[in-house]
Design a protein. Structure first.
Length: 155
């Protein structure tokens, strides 16, 4: 299960329906009404995945995504759009979003994306764990070597 999801959507009905669905896939769901609020929540919390609409007031989803990707180039961002206009999807891909979903949301496609993200998050966490473990082992070996060298220098 994903720890933290940020969902950014300006339409009240869509936001309410999709947020109920997203809650099943995460421990914590943060909800914003526009890109400005979404970016603020992203910076305040350790967000694993962002789901965002494209067309919103104040700051649209693509602008917010660019700002998030400046903070973390590996951020998982999924763009939601009712637009069939390939221009918006090309823009989203060009800025580095992870994936996209067209509205109305296809539940099977959503589940596929969530499964892929979960797998990648697990791999990342496992790599981070092993990196920390290796650092600790290296430190212990370094300390032992330093102690032995110091002991040998005295003799």
């Amino acid at each position: 299960m994903i720890q933290n999801i940020l969902y950014v959507e300006d339409d009240n009905d869509t936001r309410e329906l999709f947020s109920q669905l997203l809650q099943e896939y995460c421990n914590n769901l943060y909800i914003a009404k526009d890109g400005i609020e979404g970016l603020k929540l992203y910076k305040q919390h350790s967000i694993d995945v962002v789901f965002t609409d494209i067309n919103m007031p104040n700051m649209d989803g693509l602008e917010m995504s660019k700002a998030i990707l400046k903070e973390d180039e590996n951020a998982y961002i999924v763009v939601l759009s009712a637009y069939n206009d390939s221009h918006y999807l090309h823009q989203a891909i060009d800025i580095g979003i992870y994936n996209y979903l067209l509205k109305p949301i296809d539940l099977k496609k959503l589940e596929e994306i969530i499964a892929k993200i979960n797998t990648q998050l697990r791999k990342t966490k496992l790599q981070e764990f092993h990196t920390e473990e290796l650092k600790e082992i290296n430190q212990v070996l370094h300390d032992r070597l330093k102690k032995e060298l110091s002991k040998n220098a005295k003799n």
